[in-house]
Design a protein around this ligand. Structure first.
Ligand code: PDD
Length: 281
């Protein structure tokens, strides 16, 4: 495997950044994950737009013009022979002696790009069976709409979910409303049959898959409502599913040991997933 690090393509095993890198020291860094389908970078423009927004919110300098960034992403995919899989891109504020305040503007941002192949059959099995999830208090900071690598609460919640025999964590805010998954956005089909997800405020990441799913839903005549919902409403929903760049649309069939509906993936998730792949092609 090969990775791109600050202007060079290096063997993945040898890829490294400096110990004074602010990504390492302060998690002063943003990232993107894009799905690769049949060699195409899915929703590339939306991912790069969100990257620009994340950089802007943190007053971080883009490492290079967009066209150059895309050329590097494609080259990393080519060198790793990725046809189906993902590309990972991370930008940090650069290397500087440890000091919380921003370094001088001449400090060059760090850019890392990696890629890996994913076996579509693994996801297919998950789509067919659905996954289990476990709720966790959402104790993250107030700006999780910025896609930073400061993911410690997500790490802990997902680890706890794993130890409870589940594959995803579901964050719940202080009012008992669901925010999102540990690395996904969360959707329910409510008792009235409406597809519902939380509005993209500062309490969730505005997922690219979430946005594209709204396009897809409109195309196939499924109405989406953006409103908050409680854990109780989620547990009584007709369907629950999560979306993200690497999973697309994954049914949740059990939460904290409570079976959702009849315990099998629902029709809405399936229809949306099929329509999603049709759009991607
Ligand atoms: N996670 N919410 C959180 C907290 C996420 O980390 C992600 C993505 C999403 C879904 O966003 P998108 O549809 O743009 O992938 C929602 C990536 C895949 C990750 O950290 O691996």
């Amino acid at each position: 495997r090969f990775a791109y690090v600050n202007g060079r393509y290096v063997r993945h095993a040898d890829a490294a950044v400096h110990i004074d890198d602010r990504g390492f020291v302060f998690a002063d860094s943003v990232y993107e994950v894009c799905q690769i389908q049949q060699g195409y970078i899915v929703d590339l423009t939306r991912h790069l737009d969100r990257l620009d927004r994340s950089l802007g919110e943190l007053r971080m300098r883009p490492p290079m013009p967009r066209a150059a960034l895309v050329a590097i992403m494609r080259e990393v995919l080519r060198r790793n022979r990725v046809v189906n899989g993902m590309v990972y891109l991370q930008v940090t504020r650069g290397v500087a002696r440890r000091d919380h305040v921003f370094p001088l503007p001449d400090v060059r941002p760090t850019l890392v790009v990696t890629a890996k192949s994913l076996n579509p059959a693994v996801n297919a099995a998950k789509y067919a069976a659905g996954i289990k999830a476990a709720t966790a208090p959402d104790n993250r900071w107030g700006r999780v709409d910025i896609k930073t690598v400061g993911l410690l609460p997500n790490v802990l919640a997902r680890q706890q979910a794993k130890e409870a025999g589940a594959q995803e964590a579901i964050f719940v805010d202080a009012d008992g409303h669901v925010t999102e998954g540990g690395a996904t956005n969360l959707w329910i089909v409510d008792k009235a049959g409406k597809l519902v997800t939380r509005p993209a405020d500062h309490a969730i990441l505005r997922g690219i898959t979430r946005t594209t799913l709204m396009d897809v839903a409109a195309r196939i005549g499924i109405e989406v409502e953006e409103r908050r919902f409680t854990v109780a409403e989620m547990l009584e929903a007709r369907e629950v599913f999560v979306t993200g760049a690497t999973t697309i649309c994954l049914p949740v069939v059990s939460i904290d040991g409570t079976t959702i509906a009849n315990g099998h993936p629902g029709m809405t998730a399936q229809k949306i997933r099929e329509a999603f792949f049709a759009v991607a092609e």
